[in-house]
Ligand binder design. Structure first.
Ligand code: HEC
Length: 152
């Protein structure tokens, strides 16, 4: 092997080992369950479970972190998703949203779930329980539509 390539590989290996020491913060934000979306809107238990399985690892204060989030840079990448997802829509804090904001977020839910953009493919790939059948997808969209319509 050429000397430069060898040095390059060693540097890469040392960097990969080095970044393992920079772990992500897995502590969920302190959260009052009284602010959860299901405190305002009723749903069948089965639908609640499905929404929690399909959305709550990113859009809530109750994320669960798989073992591979201990491996960097995978963990950084996933944490980035969760941060961004929570900032845009946090079901654990839905009650604190103004009506205008809540309504708009539900509208986005209808659109993105209907189009199959949510839950993210990279997530359902590793979380089979979060995959939606056509029926489950339709039921979820219907539910979001019903809640959207409940606003004045
Ligand atoms: C693996 C993480 C992940 C999962 C699981 C996930 N999302 Fe998202 N979601 C994101 C990220 C990241 C964004 C922001 C970037 C984007 O819009 O693509 C987002 C954006 C959204 C938005 C747009 C909010 C706005 O105001 O722009 C909606 C609505 C949404 N997700 C709904 C859902 C619903 C409903 C589910 C479950 C059926 C779900 N998501 C599952 C990561 C996730």
């Amino acid at each position: 092997m050429k000397k430069k390539i060898k040095i390059g590989l060693i540097v890469l290996l040392v960097a990969l080992i080095g970044i393992q020491f920079i772990q992500i913060d897995k502590e969920n934000p302190v959260s009052d369950d009284a602010n959860d979306i299901f405190q305002r809107f009723e749903a069948d238990q089965a639908l609640i479970v499905k929404i929690k399985e399909a959305c709550y690892d990113c859009h809530s204060n109750h994320a669960e972190w798989p073992w591979y989030t201990n491996v960097q840079p995978i963990g950084w990448w996933i944490k980035g998703h969760v941060n961004e997802a929570r900032k845009k829509l946090n079901f654990s804090e839905f009650i604190t949203y103004t009506d205008k904001k809540g309504k708009h977020k539900l509208e986005e839910c209808i659109e993105l779930v209907e189009e199959g953009e949510m839950p993210l493919k990279s997530f359902t790939w590793t979380h089979p329980e979060a995959r939606l059948t056509d029926l489950e997808r339709a039921a979820m969209v219907d539910w979001f539509k019903k809640q959207f319509a409940s606003y004045n």
